[in-house]
Design a protein around this ligand. Structure first.
Ligand code: FHN
Length: 481
């Protein structure tokens, strides 16, 4: 009885403000857990081989491609600085007018094979493709709507071409899918009347049909990444989010699904009312990353972050001069930062309407690829190392126990401080793509690893070979305080 009263009180509290919705509560003590029908389906990380593959891949590319690439941020002669894929909303364009852009959709320079080669050269192990963004235009010939690539001058199944080309290069394909759909009159932001409920139920059936269609037409898909799932209408239909996850997992064995899809019985998103992650990995780190010193809680679950190259442009925008645009070094730092905290990083690309990529994106892919070729072993299959963060950069750890130092700041002393956990000693340090570099023990569990005499250009990586020192005599005295 007490438990159910507590459950009701907590349920009411948790269904409160938007801010409360996004905060991840500390898990409740087991005896206080609220019974949930649509909460987390599992506690802790998934350990099967498909999840392991998702985790080991570590670096992915996002592709945001849709009708918004045609106006590229400009409508009726006015340039909008907001995200290009939201232009319909910024410029208040009616749905029919927006969808008429389909008549101009003809990416004559599109070559799936060259996209796949570019991704391969960049070193990404997976791509996340917007099958359908908020505008509702589908890159595959869906039977359930007229707003698809089949009804454009291009006609062909773009998604199918991409899936094949990426898979042929050994790159996994993940499907981005926006549940919110501005093209469908049955979509509701909230359910406030019986009419809303009837329309939204129809909408959920339409969405089920599209998801089933994607899962069966493209059975090699490895992941569904949901977006546009934040509205009250979906939060009031947590059952559907649990159902969609289950349905896709039955249709595509091993498929992974992000936390954004899910809402529980109380409309709580990402983490259920008991504080447990829903879906297979947390997907809230968008254009931001955990604090490398304070947010170590993220190492308890799988997570994936995604980033844009400009400040906040996912789809193609004509004018990148309107915001800050990151350098390859900043992008690399975010990739390493994510892996150092046990996460994946996905770097976004917004191809042009003609099917080509802007020069900045091609350069970025090339620069990242060059670095990954030499240093990728500190990224793929690596994880949080558990060592004390140092100002020179980030640690990652490989499955066989080697620890990598990804160095982004070279100190004037040219000695990189390394503090090892108790019982661990550093025996050798080697620069990836270079030579061995001296290691000096300076105190108990403390070392100087030297920056190579000829400092590498840009960020570089030092691989540390470590050994167990638990049984060695302790030569150091604790300070008397
Ligand atoms: O509104 C979208 C946005 O356009 C973009 O697709 C990003 C990618 O994570 N997701 C939404 C905002 O969270």
């Amino acid at each position: 009885m007490i438990k159910s009263i507590l459950g009701v009180i907590l349920g009411v509290m948790l269904s409160g403000s938007a801010v409360a919705q996004m905060k991840q509560p500390a898990p409740l003590p087991a005896e206080m857990e609220i019974p949930l029908k649509y909460g987390a389906e599992r506690l802790g990380k998934r350990q099967d081989t498909d999840m392991q593959r998702f985790r080991d891949n570590r670096l992915g590319a996002f592709i945001h491609w849709g009708l918004y690439a045609i106006p590229g941020g400009e409508w009726n002669g006015k340039m909008y600085s907001g995200a290009a894929e939201w232009l319909k909303s910024w410029a208040k364009v009616p749905a029919n007018e927006w969808l008429a852009l389909m008549d101009q959709w003809n990416p004559t320079k599109f070559d799936a094979k060259s996209w796949a080669r570019m991704a391969k050269q960049m070193g990404v192990k997976y791509v996340k493709i917007t099958t359908k963004h908020h505008e509702g235009f589908c890159l595959w010939p869906s039977k359930y709507t007229e707003y698809t690539v089949a009804n454009t001058p291009y006609k062909k199944d773009l998604l199918g071409e991409m899936v094949k080309a990426f898979n042929d290069e050994g790159i996994d394909v993940h499907f981005y899918f926006s549940v919110m759909d501005w093209s469908n009159p049955d979509y509701r932001y909230d359910i406030k009347s019986e009419e809303d409920k009837i329309a939204f139920d129809r909408f959920l059936e339409f969405t089920d049909n599209q998801l089933r269609e994607l899962a069966t037409r493209y059975p090699t898909v490895k992941d569904f990444w949901f977006d546009g799932t934040w509205d009250a209408s979906l939060k009031k239909n947590g059952w559907w989010t649990a159902h969609a996850e289950k349905m896709l997992k039955e249709l595509v064995p091993g498929v992974t699904i992000n936390s954004r899809l899910r809402a529980d019985d109380n409309g709580k998103r990402h983490f259920d009312s008991n504080g447990h992650l829903m879906g297979d990995y947390e997907s809230g780190y968008e254009r931001r990353l955990p604090d490398p010193v304070k947010d170590l809680k993220v190492t308890r679950w799988d997570w994936e972050a995604c980033m844009t190259i400009p400040e906040n442009q996912w789809g193609y925008h004509k004018d990148w001069s309107l915001s800050y645009v990151k350098t390859p070094i900043e992008v690399l730092e975010r990739i390493v930062h994510a892996v150092s905290m046990g996460g994946n990083m996905v770097v976004n690309f917004g191809p042009q309407a003609d099917g080509d990529f802007r020069k900045e994106e091609k350069d970025m892919a090339e620069q990242v690829g060059k670095w990954m070729k030499q240093n990728g072993e500190c990224i793929y299959g690596c994880d949080y190392a558990g060592w004390q963060k140092q100002p020179w950069g980030y640690y990652t750890r490989s499955k066989n126990g080697d620890v990598y130092m990804a160095v982004f700041n070279v100190p004037y002393s040219r000695h990189l401080t390394v503090q090892t956990p108790k019982g661990v000693k550093v025996v050798k340090a080697t620069v990836l793509g270079g030579k061995e570099t001296p290691v000096t023990e300076t105190a108990r569990n403390e070392y100087n690893v030297d920056v190579p005499t000829k400092t590498p250009e840009g960020p570089f990586v030092i691989k540390l070979q470590v050994e167990d020192s638990a049984n060695e005599t302790d030569r150091y005295r604790d300070a008397l305080t």
